[in-house]
Design a protein around this ligand. Structure first.
Ligand SMILES: [Zn+2]
Length: 252
């Protein structure tokens, strides 16, 4: 006999069929999680070929490089030591980021966070970190959306790495324009003074090695501005962890 919980779950599925958060196909009782397994398998997670500076996956056999073509334009750097990215902002990974950010599919943050934590482990960065900080949203945007997708991703990352999350420490003070329609130079100016560390909390990050978590990175202007703000407030160094590395022009 099926346990009562399974039975109740089955009845609930009949009443409210679950659908894959990306493909929309109805999920079967044996499909665990919010995405159909055949869709999830399509995600190309970064392997051994990547740029340590911006996290962009590179072609097979390239190995680890310290500066790729796409980050070469950012000579000034991102204000970070290294950035980890799950993969390119395309295909299913892009759909997952969009569904999490705009489609209310908050459950996707668990999967994205698990992938990120695994990469941080694989690259040996977990030993170098003290705290995890999610990229903040401006309070108006946070209110409008109902959640901060970066905070949802940061939570399972921090749990897996056994590091504390310092939520609400970094604040977004300016309600900046959405970056998607802006050029690289405009993006940098748009977010240059957009962050501050909450008054009275600088002691929480003084001398600390921070992992800054965000969903998508395009030019790196946002992560750069946030990292510089944290370092100015006393953080020893900042590492970045993003779900997807987009190129300019992608609607991130
Ligand atoms: Zn790069």
């Amino acid at each position: 006999m099926k346990p009562l919980k399974d039975l109740a779950g089955g009845l609930l599925d009949l009443l409210l069929p679950r659908h894959c958060a990306v493909s929309g196909r109805p999920l079967l009782a044996e499909d665990v999680g919010p995405i159909a397994p055949e869709v999830l398998r399509e995600v190309e997670i970064a392997g051994a070929d990547y740029c340590t500076r911006c996290g962009a996956p590179q072609g097979a056999g390239v190995g680890t490089i310290k500066e790729c073509l796409s980050c070469r334009e950012y000579r000034a750097g991102f204000g970070t030591r290294e950035i980890v990215a799950v993969g390119d902002y395309s295909g299913v990974l892009k759909e997952m980021c969009l569904a999490l950010k705009f489609g209310g599919e908050q459950r996707l943050a668990m999967i994205l966070g698990a992938w990120l934590a695994q990469l941080v482990f694989d690259r040996g960065l977990h030993q170098k970190l003290d705290v995890v900080i999610p990229m903040p949203l401006h309070v108006f945007r946070r209110f409008h959306r109902g959640y901060n997708q970066a905070a949802l991703i940061a939570s399972p990352v921090a749990k897996a790495l056994e590091k504390p999350v310092l939520d609400n420490l970094l604040k977004r003070t300016a309600n900046t324009q959405r970056q998607a329609k802006l050029s690289a130079a405009q993006r940098k100016g748009n977010v240059a003074n957009a962050f501050e560390v909450q008054a009275g909390r600088t002691s929480d990050i003084e001398g600390k090695l921070v992992l800054l978590v965000d969903d998508v990175m395009t030019t790196g202007a946002t992560i750069g501005a946030a990292a510089r703000t944290l370092k100015k407030a006393g953080a020893k160094a900042v590492y970045g962890a993003v779900c997807a590395r987009a190129t300019l022009g992608a609607d991130a």
